[in-house]
Design a protein around this ligand. Sequence first.
Ligand SMILES: [Zn+2]
Length: 299
Amino acid sequence: MIQSDLSLLQFKKRFASERACEGALEKLRWPDGFVCPKCKHVKASRIATRRLLQCSKCRHQVSLTAGTIFHKTRTPLLKWFWAIYLAGQDKGGVSALRLAKQLELGYKTAWLMLHKIRKAMAQRDSDYTLSGFIEMDDAFFGGAAKGRRGRGAANKTPVLVMVESQGEKAGFIAMRTLENMQKDQVDQAVEGWIAPNQSIRTDGHKSFLHLDALGHRHDGTPVPPQKASEDLHWVHIAISNAKRFLLGTYHGVSHKHLQLYLDEFCYRFNRRSWEKQITLRLLTACIFATPVTYAELKG
Ligand SMILES: [Zn+2]
């Protein structure tokens, strides 16, 4: 069993070599022990140089990394594990430039690794839907600072922000970039991320007026600006934290990649009370994520 609460020193000790990382990967993929997919035999030996497990009976070979984000990577697992540690631990996120320096990687490799990790975070959160009392609002991210601000601003990306409000604290959050704030776009995001028949509070903007028709209980009483921090408290905190996160580490991001960075923000926010376990949770998310290619990520 791998310890779930790891300090930096414990992490360094536990994952000190390529072989230790392979061992951890094997344990996480086959927590009840290896079973040969061909003959069901339970013993295998590791061909370390090729990241393979070979069944001791029928000699069938299984790749340790197949079906994980590490598949076919030429980067040592040791560096991948460190990247996951740094991406999980740093609340502000880690930039590709910093990761490249710290782990002695090329910039493109570091960028790709971080994007694959973000994709794994996104896949993990896509298993959840929001329920209960939900605050919802739109926010506009990116683009030039000049010109109109807020709704209708050119070259900014609209983002639908949804937060479970549990009074004194926020629950789960989700953020979805949209093409525009038209009904079909909003509907699609709401149907994908909110469980049926929930209570939703918005500021009553016309983009939200059909939420009742989707089967939700919608309170769209207009919110005067001076009351916004009370009536839509958590959603506004989430929006300002996300904007700070994007500016702080990434100095703003392009429209094309905005969703993945928001996914990273939401993933960490949604696990803020499990901070000490985040490395192992993220490692598990990366092992069970569907692999993606550079071309797919580059879009
Ligand atoms: Zn076998």
